[in-house]
Ligand binder design. Structure first.
Ligand SMILES: [Zn+2]
Length: 74
């Protein structure tokens, strides 16, 4: 859930101006907008970093488990 969503008019080629929900990223304090700011806590850049960090952590755990299994099998 995004912390502070506010609406802002942005230029659109098709409609002239459209009202789009914007949110402020709590990590970089940058204003961002995407398909659904209500469903995202961070801007796309920070969300990507968080996803990478989560992936690293998962891979680390996976490798530690595999190593433990290999050592137990010896
Ligand atoms: Zn950010």
């Amino acid at each position: 859930m995004a912390n502070s969503v506010f609406w802002k008019k942005v230029p659109s080629e098709k409609y002239g101006f459209i009202n789009m929900p914007h949110a402020v990223c709590p990590v970089c304090n940058k204003v961002y907008t995407n398909g659904n700011v209500y469903a995202s806590d961070h801007c796309p850049e920070c969300a990507e970093e968080i996803a990478k960090a989560k992936n690293r952590e998962r891979v680390r755990k996976y490798r530690a488990k595999k190593r433990a299994e290999a050592e137990a099998g010896l």
